[in-house]
Write a protein that binds this ligand. Sequence first.
Ligand code: CS2
Length: 491
Amino acid sequence: MVEQHHLPRLSARALEHLPAAIQRPNYDIGAVRIGIVHIGAGAFHRAHQAVYVDDLLADHPDWAICGVSLRSHDVRDALQPQDGLYTLALLGERSRLRVIGAIRELLCAADEPHAVLARLADPAVRLVTLTVTEKGYCLVGEDLDLAHPDIVQDLASPSSPRSAIGYVVAGLHARWRAGTAPYTVLSCDNLAGNGHKLRHAVLQFVELQDTAFAAWIDANVAFPCSMVDSITPATDDALRERVRTALGCEDAWPIQREEYTQWVVEDRFCNDRPPFEDVGVTLSTDIAGYDRAKLRLLNGAHSSLAYLGSLMDIDSVADAMREPLLAGFVERLMREHIAPAIMLPEGLNAIGYIDAILGRFRNPSIRHRLSQIAWDGSQKLPVRLLSTIGESLVQGRSIDALCLPIAAWMHFVRRQASRDVALVDPMNEALIAVGKTCTGQASHDVPRFLSLDAVFMPLSHDERFVAALHRAYDRLGDAGRGAVEHALSAC
Ligand code: CS2
């Protein structure tokens, strides 16, 4: 066994003793001021938006971040004792480590709601960003789910919110009452038209509360859309050990991502904005095309690998890309079935974009587990694959290949249910209930899945879709490795 020496904790004081190869903040972390509240301070935010902010704080010190977790105190408890600092591993041909200082305050809303509300009311805060994942928006279809328990509670007591929407609204309410300028609300989640969806949900919520306040939001608050992209595998022991050895410090929660990163933001802010263009963010007036390309191609391919690969007992994306049948299928899916069915942004070359995605998936320095991508299928499939299926049907295109990963998800749910393994999915209970009744026969199982309106409406009424899904489900047979390979070679 390797002897574990007691190492000092990463902290402001430890910064100057770090080895020279470790990049660190090029500004005084004690001298910057909070201008952004971020809701959902998980690994993706810390690996993506916080890094752009870290790049601009030396010249623009009033845009530091207050990172808020809605429920869990894990991030706060890990990072507060290390002065908010954490290590980011950038994985590429020559991987490197970097200590990020942009998050200057960490709050857990469940434990300290008043501190969060005070920050949101602070006029120095001009921007609120969110990464709360698809389910954090509490939507059914395009609308706010008024039956969602968190929304029910927040509508009943708006001054002590629980949901992200509830906090965004409570902060805006304090500013409206105080005559303070509102903040811009910027969604950074993988949802098409994320800003439009968030705005619509906020207005639906507020209209039930106070129509004058709703009119003020409608006229004064900007909800720009954004597209975020960087592959961020969950932290594992190998990363912790690497960081420990390289820094000579203990970091309670280092994170990792690929070197590649992209952030496209709609340039529509209502109260000042960071000079994002100086640090590599693309500001655009229309980001719908970028959004579509990324969600449908990269994320659509990712979810396909996740479900088909899991049935084949494959561990990671890079491993999946070493399986010729699976890699070939996903490449055909992107080139022949997704790209031709969607409108790409002007100037984006589909061939090059898909080549780059395939290269990123093959990156051998990254172990991105398929089980991580398989989370929240009920939320991801509609935006990633079912939307493309809907458009392909309108265009009269074949949807057989696109239905294979959907059928693989159904078999995946069935398999987990038969093994009594819970799914990481907000619809876990409903899905496991369906999975438990499955027999493996398409005629029996597929209609049961299709009755899950939140996932399949409006497609479940389309006969062509229903028929193609039955075929795909049957094609996957017993959903063992051999059957999946057979189905992949036939598609
Ligand atoms: C992945 C994404 O976990 C998943 O569902 O598809 O997190 C993906 O890695 C990112 O969107 C890449 O930008």
